[in-house]
Design a protein. Structure first.
Length: 303
């Protein structure tokens, strides 16, 4: 059996208008080689016994239209890696790490493709020159764990990887970096609701010729490219990250690892470039797809 290369999780359209979808049942569908994961696309359904076991997959002849794209999996835990690209560490004026820098996000921060990133009331909004903002974008390749593991070697690490997707590690920089607000920990500035857009689909590790350690990744803000790099530029690669995090720590199926962002982030620019109400953010990884989210201000939109 040929393992599909990419799968997408979705609610199906109830009609051809794309305006209605059935939220009572979710599906996985198989994307063709050059097919974009988007609302209205027609995909063959994927039948499976265990979504994390590619040997249980059977591609159905039945097709459905995508009505709403969902987060690719039900996330169990979120580990994140800081300063994992040399030039990002440099622009952040921080030393290169000797080991992976680990922090986390709550699962409540996850939002899906085409859902809004909400700038919360508790952060600076970016409304004018005296209120410049603090929320930032970060494109990241995401590693998805598919089998429970602990104390994994680097040589065996990929045996436990289900696949890969894309994330935007949205960050409120004052809550992250101001020690009086953060207590010296990054998690608060990374943990607000909607601060982990995830998707739009999964590139399966079990598919043929998958090398996630050599994929271009980028971020576009309002159509302008602001980050552009390749996963081969990571300081600590995929197998090192899985092995390191798993030491004396159980990784459950559905655990995701945000593997770090390259240079070009907003807070390091002169002047800084902050997310604001009405922005459109696209983060993409070659061979996976583009994750698209609009930005809304919680206060001004009365959310």
């Amino acid at each position: 059996m040929t393992i599909p290369r990419r799968i997408v999780r979705f609610y199906a359209c109830e009609d051809d208008s794309k305006s209605q979808f059935d939220a009572n049942a979710s599906y996985y569908g198989v994307l063709d080689e050059n097919q974009t994961a988007q609302v209205g696309a027609s995909v063959n359904l994927l039948n499976y016994g265990d979504i994390y076991d590619a040997s249980s997959y059977k591609v159905s002849a039945t097709k459905k239209k995508i009505g709403k794209i969902l987060a690719p999996i039900d996330v169990a835990n979120i580990f994140c890696i800081g300063l994992n690209y040399k030039f990002h560490a440099s622009e952040s004026q921080m030393a290169l790490p000797k080991n992976p820098v680990i922090f986390s996000k709550p699962t409540t921060s996850v939002c899906a493709h085409n859902e809004d990133i909400i700038l919360p009331k508790s952060v600076i909004k970016g409304t004018d020159a005296n209120n410049p903002g603090e929320c930032d974008y970060e494109v990241e390749l995401v590693i998805i764990i598919g089998k429970q593991c602990k104390n994994v070697s680097e040589q065996d690490a990929l045996q436990y990887v289900f696949g890969y997707t894309v994330a935007n590690d949205v960050s409120a920089r004052q809550w992250q970096l101001d020690k009086e607000k953060s207590g010296g920990q990054w998690i608060r500035g990374k943990s607000f609701d909607t601060f982990c857009p995830l998707g739009p689909c999964v590139l399966l590790q079990a598919a043929a010729n998958v090398d996630a350690q050599n994929l271009n990744l980028y971020c576009k803000l309002n159509g302008k490219t602001v980050q552009n790099s390749n996963t081969k530029e990571m300081i600590f690669g995929i197998t090192k990250l899985v092995s390191f995090i798993s030491q004396s720590t159980t990784l459950l199926p559905g655990t995701i690892i945000l593997s770090g962002t390259p240079d070009g982030v907003g807070f390091a620019r002169k002047p800084p470039l902050w997310l604001k109400n009405g922005d459109n953010v696209v983060v993409g990884v070659e061979g996976i797809g583009e994750l698209v989210n609009d930005v809304k201000d919680e206060y001004n939109n009365k959310l």
